[in-house]
Ligand binder design. Sequence first.
Ligand code: HEC
Length: 122
Amino acid sequence: MRIHLFPILFITACLALFSCQYNVESVLYGSSDCPPIEATYQMHIAEIIENHCEGCHSGNNPSGGLLLTNYDHVVAASSYSGLADRIQLPLSDPNIMPPNGGLSACDTEALLNWVANGTPFE
Ligand code: HEC
């Protein structure tokens, strides 16, 4: 009797682990799990741009000739340089920004909401 309990427990444990992983994945990739924020440049956008864009879009020779180092630059890029389009491209598109895999779903949503709300500073 005892000998049959082990495989059952083992399989149960595997199933439990698997379903946990599945849940984590749905949290990571679900789009409705982003915090509902009124994004402002000061509170949210500056940090996203600094962490994911400024490495290339700063300095004397910024990538694509595009500086993204202050509020005016980012607003201009969202009006004239297709910033919102670039961050929404599929991962397979070579024009996606940032080029190394895009932004997280929540960062993308924050930036798009910010643009849609008229790029508030604070
Ligand atoms: C690894 C370097 C790198 C990172 C990080 C990066 N970019 Fe770029 N970006 C480039 C390069 C190179 C170009 C020029 C080639 C092109 O247009 O795809 C470019 C071009 C652009 C353009 C088009 C400029 C124009 O006038 O046509 C926009 C808009 C842009 N990036 C926005 C962003 C945003 C927003 C982020 C962060 C979310 C970002 N980039 C992160 C390298 C980068």
